[in-house]
Write a protein that binds this ligand. Structure first.
Ligand SMILES: [Zn+2]
Length: 485
Protein backbone atom coordinates (compact mmCIF):
# COMPACT_ATOMS: atom_id res chain seq x y z
CA UNK A 1 0.00 0.00 0.00
CA UNK A 2 1.01 3.56 -0.42
CA UNK A 3 1.21 5.23 2.91
CA UNK A 4 4.49 7.01 3.03
CA UNK A 5 3.39 10.51 3.66
CA UNK A 6 -0.10 10.91 4.86
CA UNK A 7 -1.44 7.54 5.79
CA UNK A 8 -4.44 8.69 7.76
CA UNK A 9 -5.80 10.93 5.12
CA UNK A 10 -5.24 8.34 2.49
CA UNK A 11 -6.82 5.60 4.54
CA UNK A 12 -9.94 7.58 5.18
CA UNK A 13 -10.28 8.26 1.52
CA UNK A 14 -10.01 4.63 0.72
CA UNK A 15 -13.52 3.59 1.50
CA UNK A 16 -14.96 1.03 -0.37
CA UNK A 17 -13.20 -0.17 -3.16
CA UNK A 18 -14.00 -3.09 -4.97
CA UNK A 19 -12.27 -3.70 -7.92
CA UNK A 20 -13.48 -4.20 -11.25
CA UNK A 21 -12.45 -6.93 -13.27
CA UNK A 22 -12.50 -7.85 -16.43
CA UNK A 23 -13.89 -6.38 -19.09
CA UNK A 24 -15.85 -7.98 -21.07
CA UNK A 25 -17.15 -5.43 -23.23
CA UNK A 26 -20.30 -7.07 -24.32
CA UNK A 27 -22.99 -7.32 -21.71
CA UNK A 28 -24.42 -10.48 -23.13
CA UNK A 29 -23.93 -13.73 -21.28
CA UNK A 30 -21.18 -15.91 -22.55
CA UNK A 31 -21.60 -19.53 -23.31
CA UNK A 32 -21.25 -21.87 -20.40
CA UNK A 33 -17.57 -22.60 -20.32
CA UNK A 34 -17.75 -25.98 -18.60
CA UNK A 35 -16.68 -27.99 -21.56
CA UNK A 36 -13.65 -30.14 -22.13
CA UNK A 37 -12.00 -32.71 -19.92
CA UNK A 38 -11.42 -32.90 -16.23
CA UNK A 39 -13.12 -31.39 -13.23
CA UNK A 40 -14.55 -27.94 -13.69
CA UNK A 41 -16.74 -25.41 -11.96
CA UNK A 42 -18.66 -22.76 -13.87
CA UNK A 43 -20.23 -19.66 -12.36
CA UNK A 44 -23.03 -17.87 -14.19
CA UNK A 45 -23.85 -14.44 -12.83
CA UNK A 46 -26.86 -12.26 -13.59
CA UNK A 47 -26.84 -8.62 -12.46
CA UNK A 48 -30.07 -6.66 -12.20
CA UNK A 49 -30.62 -3.27 -13.85
CA UNK A 50 -30.11 -1.35 -10.60
CA UNK A 51 -26.78 -3.10 -9.97
CA UNK A 52 -28.16 -4.22 -6.64
CA UNK A 53 -28.51 -7.98 -6.82
CA UNK A 54 -26.05 -10.39 -8.34
CA UNK A 55 -27.52 -13.87 -8.76
CA UNK A 56 -25.07 -16.73 -9.03
CA UNK A 57 -25.41 -20.25 -10.37
CA UNK A 58 -22.50 -22.58 -9.62
CA UNK A 59 -22.31 -25.79 -11.63
CA UNK A 60 -19.61 -28.39 -11.01
CA UNK A 61 -18.66 -31.06 -13.49
CA UNK A 62 -16.76 -34.25 -12.70
CA UNK A 63 -16.40 -32.94 -9.20
CA UNK A 64 -18.32 -33.29 -5.97
CA UNK A 65 -18.58 -29.98 -4.18
CA UNK A 66 -18.61 -30.41 -0.43
CA UNK A 67 -19.19 -26.76 0.40
CA UNK A 68 -19.07 -23.15 -0.74
CA UNK A 69 -17.15 -20.73 1.44
CA UNK A 70 -17.55 -17.00 1.96
CA UNK A 71 -14.00 -15.66 2.21
CA UNK A 72 -15.10 -12.34 3.75
CA UNK A 73 -17.16 -13.61 6.69
CA UNK A 74 -17.93 -10.11 7.94
CA UNK A 75 -20.06 -9.56 4.84
CA UNK A 76 -21.90 -12.84 5.14
CA UNK A 77 -25.28 -11.18 5.49
CA UNK A 78 -25.02 -9.98 1.90
CA UNK A 79 -25.22 -13.54 0.61
CA UNK A 80 -28.83 -14.68 0.44
CA UNK A 81 -30.82 -17.79 -0.34
CA UNK A 82 -28.20 -20.44 -0.98
CA UNK A 83 -30.10 -23.27 -2.64
CA UNK A 84 -29.93 -26.37 -4.80
CA UNK A 85 -31.43 -25.65 -8.19
CA UNK A 86 -33.81 -28.36 -9.33
CA UNK A 87 -36.30 -28.44 -12.16
CA UNK A 88 -38.97 -29.61 -9.72
CA UNK A 89 -38.26 -26.83 -7.22
CA UNK A 90 -35.29 -25.35 -5.41
CA UNK A 91 -34.07 -26.88 -2.18
CA UNK A 92 -32.91 -24.34 0.42
CA UNK A 93 -29.41 -24.61 1.86
CA UNK A 94 -28.06 -22.70 4.80
CA UNK A 95 -24.81 -21.30 6.11
CA UNK A 96 -22.97 -22.93 8.97
CA UNK A 97 -20.74 -20.09 10.05
CA UNK A 98 -19.09 -18.99 6.80
CA UNK A 99 -19.69 -22.13 4.70
CA UNK A 100 -22.65 -23.64 2.91
CA UNK A 101 -22.36 -27.44 3.28
CA UNK A 102 -23.63 -29.42 0.31
CA UNK A 103 -24.93 -32.91 1.08
CA UNK A 104 -23.48 -35.76 -0.95
CA UNK A 105 -26.94 -36.64 -2.31
CA UNK A 106 -26.81 -33.46 -4.33
CA UNK A 107 -23.82 -34.50 -6.40
CA UNK A 108 -23.66 -32.88 -9.79
CA UNK A 109 -26.43 -30.38 -9.27
CA UNK A 110 -26.05 -26.66 -9.55
CA UNK A 111 -26.14 -24.35 -6.54
CA UNK A 112 -27.68 -20.90 -6.58
CA UNK A 113 -27.24 -17.88 -4.31
CA UNK A 114 -27.88 -14.14 -4.47
CA UNK A 115 -25.59 -11.35 -3.35
CA UNK A 116 -26.91 -8.01 -2.18
CA UNK A 117 -24.72 -5.26 -3.66
CA UNK A 118 -27.23 -2.63 -2.61
CA UNK A 119 -26.27 -1.09 0.73
CA UNK A 120 -23.44 1.40 0.34
CA UNK A 121 -20.00 1.16 1.85
CA UNK A 122 -18.41 -1.78 3.58
CA UNK A 123 -14.81 -0.75 4.03
CA UNK A 124 -13.29 -1.13 0.66
CA UNK A 125 -15.23 -4.21 -0.37
CA UNK A 126 -18.28 -2.53 -1.78
CA UNK A 127 -18.89 1.05 -2.80
CA UNK A 128 -21.55 2.43 -5.06
CA UNK A 129 -21.01 5.23 -7.50
CA UNK A 130 -23.53 6.94 -9.73
CA UNK A 131 -23.06 4.58 -12.63
CA UNK A 132 -21.11 1.72 -11.13
CA UNK A 133 -20.72 -0.50 -8.15
CA UNK A 134 -17.27 -1.33 -6.93
CA UNK A 135 -17.71 -4.90 -5.72
CA UNK A 136 -14.73 -7.12 -5.00
CA UNK A 137 -15.14 -10.71 -6.16
CA UNK A 138 -14.29 -11.64 -2.58
CA UNK A 139 -17.86 -10.54 -1.72
CA UNK A 140 -19.76 -12.35 -4.46
CA UNK A 141 -17.56 -15.28 -5.48
CA UNK A 142 -18.13 -18.07 -2.97
CA UNK A 143 -15.12 -20.37 -3.01
CA UNK A 144 -15.83 -24.00 -3.93
CA UNK A 145 -14.28 -26.75 -1.83
CA UNK A 146 -12.50 -28.98 -2.46
CA UNK A 147 -10.51 -27.63 -5.38
CA UNK A 148 -8.53 -30.58 -6.73
CA UNK A 149 -5.37 -29.82 -8.71
CA UNK A 150 -6.25 -29.24 -12.34
CA UNK A 151 -9.83 -28.08 -11.79
CA UNK A 152 -10.87 -25.40 -14.24
CA UNK A 153 -12.86 -22.46 -12.91
CA UNK A 154 -14.78 -20.28 -15.33
CA UNK A 155 -17.42 -17.57 -15.22
CA UNK A 156 -19.89 -15.80 -17.45
CA UNK A 157 -22.00 -12.71 -16.82
CA UNK A 158 -25.35 -11.46 -17.96
CA UNK A 159 -25.28 -7.73 -17.40
CA UNK A 160 -27.77 -4.95 -18.09
CA UNK A 161 -27.35 -3.04 -21.37
CA UNK A 162 -24.30 -0.74 -21.39
CA UNK A 163 -23.02 -2.22 -18.13
CA UNK A 164 -19.61 -3.85 -18.22
CA UNK A 165 -17.55 -5.86 -15.77
CA UNK A 166 -14.03 -4.90 -14.83
CA UNK A 167 -12.17 -7.89 -13.42
CA UNK A 168 -8.54 -9.02 -13.37
CA UNK A 169 -9.49 -12.47 -14.69
CA UNK A 170 -8.46 -13.61 -18.13
CA UNK A 171 -11.22 -13.28 -20.64
CA UNK A 172 -11.53 -15.48 -23.72
CA UNK A 173 -14.39 -16.30 -26.10
CA UNK A 174 -15.58 -19.10 -23.84
CA UNK A 175 -15.82 -16.85 -20.81
CA UNK A 176 -13.63 -15.74 -17.98
CA UNK A 177 -11.06 -18.11 -16.56
CA UNK A 178 -10.89 -17.69 -12.80
CA UNK A 179 -7.39 -18.21 -11.38
CA UNK A 180 -7.33 -20.10 -8.09
CA UNK A 181 -5.77 -17.02 -6.49
CA UNK A 182 -9.24 -15.44 -6.74
CA UNK A 183 -10.26 -17.81 -3.93
CA UNK A 184 -7.24 -17.22 -1.72
CA UNK A 185 -6.17 -13.58 -2.08
CA UNK A 186 -8.01 -10.32 -2.09
CA UNK A 187 -9.04 -8.97 -5.43
CA UNK A 188 -10.86 -6.17 -7.17
CA UNK A 189 -13.88 -5.89 -9.39
CA UNK A 190 -16.57 -3.48 -10.55
CA UNK A 191 -19.69 -3.37 -12.66
CA UNK A 192 -21.07 -0.36 -14.42
CA UNK A 193 -20.31 2.22 -17.03
CA UNK A 194 -16.74 3.36 -17.10
CA UNK A 195 -13.88 4.37 -19.33
CA UNK A 196 -11.44 1.70 -20.21
CA UNK A 197 -8.25 1.65 -22.21
CA UNK A 198 -5.53 -0.90 -22.80
CA UNK A 199 -1.94 0.19 -23.20
CA UNK A 200 1.17 -1.81 -23.83
CA UNK A 201 4.08 -1.58 -21.38
CA UNK A 202 7.26 -3.61 -21.57
CA UNK A 203 5.50 -6.49 -23.34
CA UNK A 204 2.61 -6.48 -20.88
CA UNK A 205 -0.98 -5.39 -21.19
CA UNK A 206 -1.95 -2.51 -18.93
CA UNK A 207 -5.71 -2.46 -18.56
CA UNK A 208 -6.71 1.00 -17.31
CA UNK A 209 -10.21 1.32 -15.91
CA UNK A 210 -11.46 4.72 -14.73
CA UNK A 211 -14.57 4.48 -12.59
CA UNK A 212 -16.93 7.23 -11.52
CA UNK A 213 -17.25 9.03 -14.83
CA UNK A 214 -13.53 8.99 -15.56
CA UNK A 215 -11.31 12.01 -15.93
CA UNK A 216 -12.87 13.85 -18.87
CA UNK A 217 -10.34 15.93 -20.76
CA UNK A 218 -7.66 14.79 -18.34
CA UNK A 219 -8.16 11.14 -19.29
CA UNK A 220 -5.23 10.97 -21.77
CA UNK A 221 -2.90 12.56 -19.19
CA UNK A 222 -4.00 10.12 -16.52
CA UNK A 223 -3.59 7.13 -18.82
CA UNK A 224 -0.16 8.39 -19.83
CA UNK A 225 0.83 8.76 -16.16
CA UNK A 226 -0.21 5.17 -15.46
CA UNK A 227 1.73 3.95 -18.48
CA UNK A 228 4.79 5.97 -17.46
CA UNK A 229 4.61 4.59 -13.93
CA UNK A 230 4.47 1.07 -15.32
CA UNK A 231 7.38 1.81 -17.68
CA UNK A 232 9.53 2.68 -14.68
CA UNK A 233 9.44 -1.01 -13.71
CA UNK A 234 11.51 -1.76 -16.82
CA UNK A 235 14.34 0.09 -15.08
CA UNK A 236 14.59 -3.01 -12.90
CA UNK A 237 12.96 -5.87 -14.79
CA UNK A 238 13.30 -7.22 -18.30
CA UNK A 239 10.03 -5.81 -19.52
CA UNK A 240 7.07 -5.43 -17.23
CA UNK A 241 7.23 -8.17 -14.59
CA UNK A 242 3.75 -9.68 -15.13
CA UNK A 243 1.98 -10.23 -18.47
CA UNK A 244 -1.14 -8.31 -17.57
CA UNK A 245 -2.11 -5.82 -14.91
CA UNK A 246 -5.36 -4.05 -14.27
CA UNK A 247 -5.13 -0.47 -13.01
CA UNK A 248 -8.39 0.56 -11.45
CA UNK A 249 -8.53 4.31 -10.97
CA UNK A 250 -11.07 5.81 -8.61
CA UNK A 251 -11.68 9.51 -9.13
CA UNK A 252 -12.08 11.42 -5.90
CA UNK A 253 -12.37 15.14 -5.09
CA UNK A 254 -9.14 17.07 -5.43
CA UNK A 255 -6.14 17.55 -7.66
CA UNK A 256 -3.73 15.00 -6.19
CA UNK A 257 -3.03 11.32 -6.53
CA UNK A 258 -4.21 9.65 -3.33
CA UNK A 259 -4.21 6.28 -1.68
CA UNK A 260 -3.28 3.17 -3.61
CA UNK A 261 -3.07 -0.53 -3.07
CA UNK A 262 -1.85 -3.60 -4.89
CA UNK A 263 -4.04 -6.71 -5.07
CA UNK A 264 -3.16 -10.15 -6.33
CA UNK A 265 -6.33 -12.23 -6.18
CA UNK A 266 -7.51 -13.28 -9.63
CA UNK A 267 -4.67 -11.40 -11.34
CA UNK A 268 -2.31 -8.49 -10.66
CA UNK A 269 -4.20 -5.30 -9.94
CA UNK A 270 -3.47 -1.85 -8.60
CA UNK A 271 -6.22 0.36 -7.32
CA UNK A 272 -5.43 4.04 -6.97
CA UNK A 273 -7.48 7.07 -5.99
CA UNK A 274 -6.83 9.95 -8.36
CA UNK A 275 -8.16 13.49 -7.96
CA UNK A 276 -10.83 14.19 -10.57
CA UNK A 277 -9.15 17.56 -11.20
CA UNK A 278 -5.64 16.13 -10.98
CA UNK A 279 -2.97 18.41 -12.43
CA UNK A 280 -0.12 17.47 -14.76
CA UNK A 281 2.26 18.58 -11.99
CA UNK A 282 0.68 16.23 -9.46
CA UNK A 283 0.88 13.35 -11.93
CA UNK A 284 4.50 14.22 -12.71
CA UNK A 285 5.45 14.18 -9.03
CA UNK A 286 3.42 11.14 -8.09
CA UNK A 287 5.13 8.11 -6.61
CA UNK A 288 2.06 6.02 -5.73
CA UNK A 289 1.74 4.46 -9.18
CA UNK A 290 5.32 3.16 -9.24
CA UNK A 291 5.09 2.03 -5.62
CA UNK A 292 1.96 -0.07 -6.09
CA UNK A 293 3.14 -1.56 -9.36
CA UNK A 294 6.44 -2.47 -7.73
CA UNK A 295 4.55 -4.60 -5.19
CA UNK A 296 3.27 -6.76 -8.04
CA UNK A 297 6.85 -7.58 -9.06
CA UNK A 298 7.56 -9.30 -5.74
CA UNK A 299 5.71 -12.04 -3.92
CA UNK A 300 3.47 -11.14 -1.05
CA UNK A 301 5.10 -11.29 2.37
CA UNK A 302 3.87 -12.31 5.80
CA UNK A 303 2.21 -9.44 7.71
CA UNK A 304 5.01 -9.62 10.28
CA UNK A 305 7.41 -8.83 7.44
CA UNK A 306 5.49 -5.88 6.02
CA UNK A 307 8.60 -3.83 6.78
CA UNK A 308 10.33 -5.75 3.98
CA UNK A 309 7.60 -5.62 1.32
CA UNK A 310 6.92 -1.96 2.03
CA UNK A 311 10.60 -1.17 2.50
CA UNK A 312 11.59 -2.62 -0.86
CA UNK A 313 8.69 -0.83 -2.59
CA UNK A 314 9.48 2.46 -0.86
CA UNK A 315 13.19 2.30 -1.63
CA UNK A 316 12.76 1.21 -5.23
CA UNK A 317 10.09 3.81 -5.92
CA UNK A 318 12.72 6.54 -5.67
CA UNK A 319 15.39 4.47 -7.37
CA UNK A 320 13.18 3.59 -10.35
CA UNK A 321 11.76 7.08 -10.73
CA UNK A 322 15.30 8.45 -10.86
CA UNK A 323 16.45 5.81 -13.35
CA UNK A 324 13.44 6.54 -15.55
CA UNK A 325 14.14 10.27 -15.46
CA UNK A 326 10.93 11.04 -13.58
CA UNK A 327 13.00 12.81 -10.93
CA UNK A 328 16.65 13.80 -10.80
CA UNK A 329 19.22 11.95 -8.75
CA UNK A 330 19.52 14.64 -6.13
CA UNK A 331 15.76 14.81 -5.58
CA UNK A 332 15.65 11.05 -5.20
CA UNK A 333 18.34 11.13 -2.53
CA UNK A 334 16.63 14.02 -0.84
CA UNK A 335 13.39 12.07 -0.75
CA UNK A 336 15.14 9.02 0.71
CA UNK A 337 16.97 11.04 3.35
CA UNK A 338 13.79 12.86 4.30
CA UNK A 339 11.98 9.56 4.63
CA UNK A 340 14.71 8.09 6.82
CA UNK A 341 14.49 11.17 9.02
CA UNK A 342 10.72 10.81 9.42
CA UNK A 343 10.94 7.08 9.95
CA UNK A 344 13.60 7.42 12.62
CA UNK A 345 11.51 9.93 14.60
CA UNK A 346 8.28 8.01 14.62
CA UNK A 347 7.35 4.68 16.03
CA UNK A 348 6.06 3.24 19.25
CA UNK A 349 9.22 1.69 20.66
CA UNK A 350 8.27 -1.75 19.39
CA UNK A 351 10.73 -3.91 17.51
CA UNK A 352 10.55 -3.62 13.74
CA UNK A 353 8.87 -7.01 13.49
CA UNK A 354 6.26 -6.11 16.12
CA UNK A 355 5.80 -2.63 14.69
CA UNK A 356 4.92 -4.27 11.37
CA UNK A 357 2.38 -6.58 12.95
CA UNK A 358 0.69 -3.74 14.81
CA UNK A 359 0.98 -0.91 12.29
CA UNK A 360 -2.67 -0.85 11.30
CA UNK A 361 -3.54 -0.20 14.94
CA UNK A 362 -0.62 2.09 15.82
CA UNK A 363 -0.39 3.82 12.42
CA UNK A 364 3.40 3.62 12.69
CA UNK A 365 3.59 3.39 8.92
CA UNK A 366 6.45 5.82 8.53
CA UNK A 367 8.54 3.77 10.89
CA UNK A 368 7.81 0.47 9.19
CA UNK A 369 8.10 1.67 5.60
CA UNK A 370 11.25 3.71 6.03
CA UNK A 371 13.08 1.29 8.31
CA UNK A 372 12.48 -1.31 5.59
CA UNK A 373 13.68 1.15 2.96
CA UNK A 374 16.82 1.84 5.01
CA UNK A 375 17.59 -1.88 5.23
CA UNK A 376 16.98 -2.22 1.48
CA UNK A 377 19.45 0.59 0.81
CA UNK A 378 22.03 -0.88 3.19
CA UNK A 379 21.75 -4.30 1.55
CA UNK A 380 21.96 -2.82 -1.94
CA UNK A 381 25.03 -0.72 -1.16
CA UNK A 382 26.82 -3.56 0.62
CA UNK A 383 26.23 -5.96 -2.27
CA UNK A 384 27.43 -3.41 -4.81
CA UNK A 385 30.46 -2.57 -2.67
CA UNK A 386 31.38 -6.25 -2.67
CA UNK A 387 31.30 -6.28 -6.44
CA UNK A 388 27.83 -7.71 -6.99
CA UNK A 389 26.85 -5.84 -10.12
CA UNK A 390 23.44 -4.25 -9.77
CA UNK A 391 23.23 -5.08 -6.06
CA UNK A 392 19.69 -6.12 -5.22
CA UNK A 393 18.50 -5.72 -8.81
CA UNK A 394 19.57 -9.17 -10.00
CA UNK A 395 17.96 -11.14 -7.17
CA UNK A 396 14.77 -9.07 -7.47
CA UNK A 397 14.57 -9.84 -11.18
CA UNK A 398 14.88 -13.54 -10.43
CA UNK A 399 12.36 -13.29 -7.65
CA UNK A 400 9.86 -11.67 -9.99
CA UNK A 401 10.33 -14.43 -12.55
CA UNK A 402 9.87 -17.30 -10.12
CA UNK A 403 7.54 -16.01 -7.52
CA UNK A 404 5.77 -12.71 -8.18
CA UNK A 405 2.47 -14.49 -8.71
CA UNK A 406 2.94 -17.17 -6.09
CA UNK A 407 0.01 -17.65 -3.72
CA UNK A 408 2.50 -18.44 -0.97
CA UNK A 409 3.43 -15.67 1.44
CA UNK A 410 7.18 -15.23 1.76
CA UNK A 411 9.04 -14.51 4.96
CA UNK A 412 11.90 -12.05 5.33
CA UNK A 413 14.13 -15.02 6.25
CA UNK A 414 13.28 -16.74 2.95
CA UNK A 415 13.98 -13.55 1.04
CA UNK A 416 17.32 -13.03 2.79
CA UNK A 417 18.36 -16.61 2.06
CA UNK A 418 17.27 -16.23 -1.57
CA UNK A 419 19.32 -13.06 -2.12
CA UNK A 420 22.38 -14.35 -0.32
CA UNK A 421 22.32 -17.58 -2.33
CA UNK A 422 21.84 -15.78 -5.64
CA UNK A 423 24.67 -13.35 -4.93
CA UNK A 424 26.99 -15.81 -3.16
CA UNK A 425 27.30 -13.35 -0.28
CA UNK A 426 26.37 -13.35 3.36
CA UNK A 427 24.88 -9.86 3.48
CA UNK A 428 21.12 -9.74 3.76
CA UNK A 429 20.55 -12.37 6.39
CA UNK A 430 22.95 -10.91 8.98
CA UNK A 431 21.68 -7.41 8.22
CA UNK A 432 18.06 -8.38 8.83
CA UNK A 433 18.96 -10.38 11.92
CA UNK A 434 20.69 -7.34 13.33
CA UNK A 435 17.67 -5.06 13.05
CA UNK A 436 14.38 -6.91 12.84
CA UNK A 437 14.06 -7.57 16.56
CA UNK A 438 15.36 -4.16 17.59
CA UNK A 439 13.42 -0.98 18.20
CA UNK A 440 16.20 1.32 16.97
CA UNK A 441 16.00 2.69 13.46
CA UNK A 442 18.69 1.16 11.21
CA UNK A 443 21.93 3.10 11.45
CA UNK A 444 21.96 4.60 8.00
CA UNK A 445 24.33 7.55 8.62
CA UNK A 446 27.53 5.66 7.87
CA UNK A 447 26.20 4.34 4.57
CA UNK A 448 25.00 7.77 3.46
CA UNK A 449 28.39 9.26 4.36
CA UNK A 450 30.21 6.62 2.33
CA UNK A 451 27.92 7.34 -0.61
CA UNK A 452 28.67 11.04 -0.30
CA UNK A 453 25.08 12.02 0.45
CA UNK A 454 25.37 15.03 2.76
CA UNK A 455 22.78 17.31 4.30
CA UNK A 456 19.16 17.51 3.32
CA UNK A 457 16.76 19.72 1.43
CA UNK A 458 18.36 22.72 -0.26
CA UNK A 459 21.62 22.03 1.54
CA UNK A 460 21.92 18.52 0.18
CA UNK A 461 25.09 17.78 -1.74
CA UNK A 462 26.33 14.67 -3.50
CA UNK A 463 30.09 14.49 -3.01
CA UNK A 464 32.01 13.26 -6.01
CA UNK A 465 35.03 12.24 -3.93
CA UNK A 466 33.15 10.02 -1.47
CA UNK A 467 34.45 6.43 -1.19
CA UNK A 468 31.22 4.97 -2.63
CA UNK A 469 30.32 7.79 -5.01
CA UNK A 470 30.57 5.36 -7.91
CA UNK A 471 28.08 3.02 -6.28
CA UNK A 472 25.78 5.94 -5.63
CA UNK A 473 25.72 6.99 -9.27
CA UNK A 474 25.30 3.44 -10.51
CA UNK A 475 22.25 2.89 -8.30
CA UNK A 476 20.24 5.56 -10.06
CA UNK A 477 21.69 5.37 -13.55
CA UNK A 478 19.22 4.46 -16.32
CA UNK A 479 19.28 0.76 -17.06
CA UNK A 480 20.27 -0.48 -20.50
CA UNK A 481 17.08 -1.81 -22.03
CA UNK A 482 14.86 0.12 -19.64
CA UNK A 483 12.19 2.35 -21.10
CA UNK A 484 12.39 6.07 -20.50
CA UNK A 485 9.25 8.12 -20.92
ZN1 LIG B 1 3.09 -0.38 -0.38
Amino acid sequence: MARRECPFVRLTVCLGLLLPGGCGGAPAAKANAVTGDGPAVHYSFVLDAELRTLSATVCPRDLRLARLRMTVPELLERVRRPRILRADGDVPLSFEEDVVPIASATEGVCIGYDVDLGPPGEGFWITRGEAHVLAAPDVWLLAPEPRPEGTRFTASFKLPPSVRAALPWLDDPRGYRIPTSAFTMRSAGAFGQFERETRSVGGAELDIVALGGGFGERAPLVAKWMQTSASALTQLHDGFPVPRVMAMLLPHPGSEVGFGMALRGGGPTVMIMVGSSVTPEALGEDWVGVHELFHLSAPRFLPSDAWLSEGLATYYTDILRARAGLMDERSAWDDLVDGFRRGSRRGTGRTLRQESIDMHETHAYQRVYWAGAALSLMADVELRSRGVEGGLDGPLRELARCCARSEEAWSAEQFAKFVDEKTGQSVVRPLFERYVDRAEFPDIAEVLAALGVKGAGREMTLAAEAPRAGVRSAMMAPRAGGTKP
